[in-house]
Design a protein around this ligand. Structure first.
Ligand SMILES: [Fe+2]
Ligand SMILES: [Fe+2]
Length: 446
């Protein structure tokens, strides 16, 4: 049986077959003569869908014209099998040529034996670690972008175009799933990295929820979803920097607190002024509105909870979740599992109960990247969370009960190893200090 999927170049896996090229780097928009020739040569014999003079046109590769914008390449002939059968070496090649997204045919070969299944999991875990490595730089760039955007919005009227191209640039390079795990492995500041991490977590959770419920996302694509979440605190651009970056807590009725709590309103004004869609404005405007709108922590005041769209309700959950797990500099930090328990106690009064349940069901009780202690005293990182039993994920065990690191960490599937279970979640920072990320990246799973 075969089925197809749309994926980015980062997610290509050996053993898949590319049937369409669907996303391209910048040079393929408004193509120059040189680029036309290049793609004609590289993808000889295929058909193309392009935008030409504002219209979608389907043509043969040979009929491409300078100025066309590539939308899709399809009907790939067998003579191109070197470019369509995914191997490890092909992935960087495709990237180099600026081919960034594909429709692939998944060859579903169910692992038949336990050993095969295990091998597949080990491979997946190692790929995930690699993905994290690549995404760390993307996260830093995205954080810089967030800082620059807020700074320039502080100075004047931000242009929607500029903001969009910034976001396109950083989002294109990252894997939200990997960034979600990074969020729990590295600390973040209250504003800039917070936006980046919250955006990644939002996108991962949102699409997983929509898929699970078989509902249509409100966003035109995943980038737009990330964008919406990324901008939730954009209104902080209108809050003076010394207030924003202060580590003291302001009094409830103070002028400073009032300004801080105005950031959703400022954000909504900025985004509406930039011509952003209503749902993006809603997400920024209402991400601090609580189910019980009479709570002091609910602002702006006077909003009907019914007016808060699902996406804004989810952002409000992600916002708090990220703030808890990303906090490292002052006293209390939270392991993802502890953050989940904390928010769980507030669901209903502060957060939409149903959406909270959905969030937990897709993130897992022990999200990917969580540090856990096992019932035999060993320590490991959670790698993969199955849909059916959130308490029994796959764990990479890297430290024995005496605190000695194994030379080779081992992947244990708790669904198979019924004698072993997770004893408790641990705080990365408390156990591993600043080395949490390094230790994670050095894992060579077998
Ligand atoms: Fe906020
Ligand atoms: Fe926030």
């Amino acid at each position: 049986m075969t089925r197809t999927a749309n994926i980015g170049v980062e997610d290509l896996k050996p053993n898949t077959k590319i049937v369409e090229f669907t996303k391209f780097a910048k040079p393929y928009a408004n193509m120059e003569e040189k680029i036309c020739k290049f793609i004609q040569h590289n993808l000889k014999g295929a058909s193309a869908e392009v935008e030409r003079g504002g219209k979608k046109v389907t043509c043969q590769m040979t009929q491409l014209k300078a100025g066309d914008t590539m939308i899709k390449v399809f009907d790939l002939p067998t003579s191109l099998s070197k470019l369509t059968t995914v191997s490890k070496g092909l992935i960087p090649e495709l990237k180099k040529r600026g081919f960034l997204g594909f429709t692939v045919e998944l060859i579903e070969k169910k692992p038949s034996t336990k050993q095969e299944k295990r091998q597949a999991s080990v491979q997946e875990a190692n790929q995930f670690i690699q993905k994290i490595k690549q995404s760390i730089i993307a996260r830093e760039e995205a954080t810089d972008t967030a800082r620059n955007m807020l700074d320039s919005a502080r100075k004047g009227k931000p242009s929607a175009e500029e903001v969009k191209s910034n976001i396109d640039n950083v989002m294109g390079k990252s894997s939200p799933e990997a960034m979600t795990a990074i969020a729990s492995l590295q600390s973040s500041d209250q504003t800039y990295a917070h936006c980046v991490d919250a955006a990644a977590i939002f996108q991962t959770a949102y699409y997983a929820i929509k898929k699970k419920k078989k509902e249509k996302p409100i966003f035109e694509d995943e980038k737009m979803a990330m964008f919406g979440a990324f901008m939730h605190d954009f209104g902080k651009a209108k809050v003076p920097k010394d207030i924003l970056e202060s580590t003291v807590r302001f009094e409830r009725e103070s002028k400073e607190m009032h300004l801080l709590q105005s950031h959703p309103k400022f954000g909504a004004e900025l985004l509406a002024g930039m011509g952003m869609p209503d749902f993006i404005v809603n997400m920024a405007h209402y991400h601090h509105v609580k189910v019980d709108t009479s709570l002091n922590s609910s602002y702006p005041q006077g909003v009907k909870y019914d007016d808060v769209i699902m996406e804004a309700r989810l952002v409000s959950i992600v916002d708090v979740y990220q703030a808890l797990i990303g906090r490292r500099s002052y006293k209390k930090s939270w392991a993802p599992a502890a953050a989940i328990r904390y928010i769980d106690a507030l669901a209903g009064a502060e957060f939409d109960d149903g959406i909270w349940e959905d969030f937990v069901s897709v993130m897992g009780i022990y999200p990917k990247g969580s540090l856990v202690e096992m019932s035999d005293g060993t320590i490991g990182f959670v790698m993969n969370v199955p849909d059916d039993d959130l308490e029994r994920p796959e764990v990479v065990i890297f430290r024995d009960a005496d605190g000695k690191d194994f030379e080779k960490p081992t992947l244990v599937d708790l669904a198979e190893e019924q004698d072993l279970e997770i004893e408790q979640d641990l705080d990365h920072y408390e156990v591993l200090g600043d080395d949490a990320m390094d230790i994670f990246l050095q894992l060579e799973v077998r």
